[in-house]
Design a protein around this ligand. Structure first.
Ligand code: MLT
Length: 411
C-alpha cells in the first residue's frame, strides 16, 4: 500500500477555521431560527473597491479580443503590478526594494507555507504563541517538528509567548534560531511592533544568520505613521528578512486572491557545504516550477488598488473596519471586559471572564448570543484564556453582536 506523509497525523484535529465552521454548522442545524453573527474568521464582508472592479471588467474585455488576449503570464507576476507595488509599498516608505524582488502570488497563507520548500529540514524554527496556525501546521506537515503535547505545543519548535505583560510582542529567543515567524499588526492579538522592537529583531537575525519571515497582511490598518508597516523600514532588514503582504484584508481580495512576497537580492542561506546561496533565485525557481501565476484579470484589479481612486476607496474600507473594531473594543470594555488590539488591526483580543476558558466562551457566545468568535487556544497554548473577535462584518451586525454579548448574556 502506498505510504502517506505521517507528519499529517501529528496535526491537531482540523485546521482551526474549518473546525469552527463545523461547530457553527452543527449548531445552526439544531437551531434553524438562530440569527448567527460571524465574527470568527477574518474574512472581509464589504464589496470590492469600485476601482478594482472596473479594472477587472476592462481586463475581461481585453481577454475577449484576439489582439489583447493573454495566456500564461510570468510566474513572478506582471511587470505592471510588480512596479506599482514597489512604488506604493516600498519607495513611498523609503525602502529600497526592486520589482525583481517582488513575487506576486495568490495569497500570503500559501506563500508563508510554501516558502518552506526553499529551506532545509534541520533549521531551528521560532514561532510566537499565540500564532497564526499556518506557520506551525506547515512546519508539522514538512516534518520539522515532533509530536504535540497536551497543550498543543509541538516538540522541536521554539515558542515565544505573547502575553499582556510583554504587550503581545514576543521576547527574543534565548537560544539561536534559524527561521523566525513574525506577524505585525499581529494576528490574533492585534498588537503592533515599534521601530525599536523590530530593530532588535533585525540585529538578532543578522548576528545569528537567521531569517525573519515577516507577515504584514494587516499593515494597512496601522494608523500611526511611527509604527513601521514593512520590515524593510528597518536598516539591515534586506539582509535577514522575507516579507509577505496580501491584498485580502486591505482591498477585500479574500475571495479574489492576490498577494506578494518580497525576497531581497543578496538575502542568503547556506548550502550543505556551508556556502551562501541567494534565496531570491531559489524562490523564483520554486514559483516557476510549482505555480503559474495569478490571473491577468486579478493582477489588473490589484494594480488598480494603487490608483488614486483605488487608494481612496481602500482608505474608506479600512476606516470602516477600524470603526467596527472601536465599537467592539469600547462595548466590551464598558461591559467590564479586558480587551487588547483593535486599534491598528481588525482583531480585538479579549480576556475571557473569570471561570471561562477559550472554548467555554466560544460555546457560551454561540449558544446564548448566537455570535461566533475564535477561541484563543486555537492559536496556541498561550492563547488559552483569550478570545479573538474580528471586526470584519457589517456595522449592523457588529452593533447587534455587541448588544447581544454585553446586555444579553452578562459576561
Ligand atoms: C484569520 O481569521 O486568522 C484569517 O482569516 C486567516 C487568514 O487570513 O488565512
Amino acid at each position: 500500500m502506498t505510504r502517506i506523509n505521517d507528519n499529517y497525523l501529528k496535526l491537531k484535529a482540523g485546521y482551526l477555521f474549518p473546525e469552527i465552521a463545523r461547530r457553527v454548522n452543527a449548531f445552526a442545524e439544531t437551531h434553524p431560527d438562530a440569527q448567527i453573527i460571524k465574527l470568527g474568521i477574518g474574512d472581509v464582508t464589504e464589496p470590492l473597491p469600485a476601482a478594482c472592479r472596473q479594472a477587472m471588467h476592462d481586463a475581461v474585455d481585453e481577454m475577449g479580443q484576439r489582439n489583447t488576449f493573454r495566456g500564461y503570464g510570468p510566474e513572478q507576476g506582471y511587470a505592471f503590478l510588480r512596479e506599482a507595488i514597489v512604488e506604493h509599498e516600498y519607495t513611498a516608505r523609503g525602502c529600497d526594494i526592486t520589482p525583481d524582488e517582488i513575487f506576486v502570488s495568490d495569497g500570503s497563507k500559501c506563500d508563508s507555507g510554501n516558502v518552506l520548500d526553499i529551506f532545509g529540514g534541520d533549521n531551528t524554527i521560532a514561532v510566537t504563541d499565540p500564532v497564526y496556525p499556518v506557520y506551525v501546521d506547515t512546519n508539522v506537515m514538512a516534518g520539522h517538528t515532533g509530536d504535540a503535547n497536551d497543550a498543543g505545543e509541538f516538540a522541536g519548535l521554539v515558542y515565544l509567548p505573547l502575553t499582556a505583560d510583554n504587550d503581545f510582542t514576543a521576547p527574543l529567543p534565548d537560544q539561536p534560531v534559524d527561521l523566525i515567524y513574525l506577524c505585525f499588526p499581529n494576528n490574533p492579538t492585534g498588537a503592533v511592533a515599534s521601530r525599536e522592537y523590530l530593530e532588535r529583531w533585525v540585529a538578532y537575525a543578522r548576528e545569528h544568520g537567521s531569517i525573519i519571515l515577516f507577515d504584514t497582511a494587516y499593515r494597512d490598518f496601522i494608523t500611526d505613521p511611527d509604527i513601521p508597516a514593512s520590515i524593510y523600514q528597518i536598516d539591515g532588514a534586506r539582509e535577514c528578512a522575507i516579507e509577505f503582504y496580501s491584498f485580502s484584508k486591505s482591498a477585500g481580495f479574500t475571495g479574489t486572491r492576490c498577494a506578494f512576497t518580497v525576497v531581497p537580492k543578496g538575502l542568503v542561506g547556506k548550502n550543505a557545504a556551508g556556502e551562501a546561496v541567494e534565496l531570491n533565485g531559489l524562490w523564483s525557481r520554486r514559483q516557476s516550477t510549482k505555480f503559474n501565476g495569478v490571473s491577468y484579470i486579478v493582477q489588473r484589479g490589484a494594480e488598480a488598488a494603487y490608483s488614486p481612486e483605488g487608494r481612496a476607496q481602500i482608505r474608506d474600507l479600512i476606516a470602516f473596519y477600524l470603526e467596527n473594531a472601536r465599537i467592539i473594543r469600547e462595548s466590551l470594555t464598558a461591559a467590564g471586559m479586558t480587551v487588547y488590539g483593535g486599534e491598528h488591526a481588525p482583531y480585538v483580543w479579549v480576556k475571557c471572564p473569570e471561570g471561562l476558558d477559550s472554548w467555554g466562551l466560544f460555546d457560551k457566545l454561540l449558544n446564548e448570543a448566537h455570535v461566533v468568535g475564535t477561541p484563543g487556544s486555537g492559536f496556541g497554548a498561550a492563547g488559552e484564556g483569550y478570545f479573538r473577535i474580528s471586526a470584519f462584518n457589517s456595522r449592523e451586525n457588529v452593533e447587534e453582536a455587541m448588544k447581544r454579548i454585553t446586555a444579553g448574556i452578562g459576561v
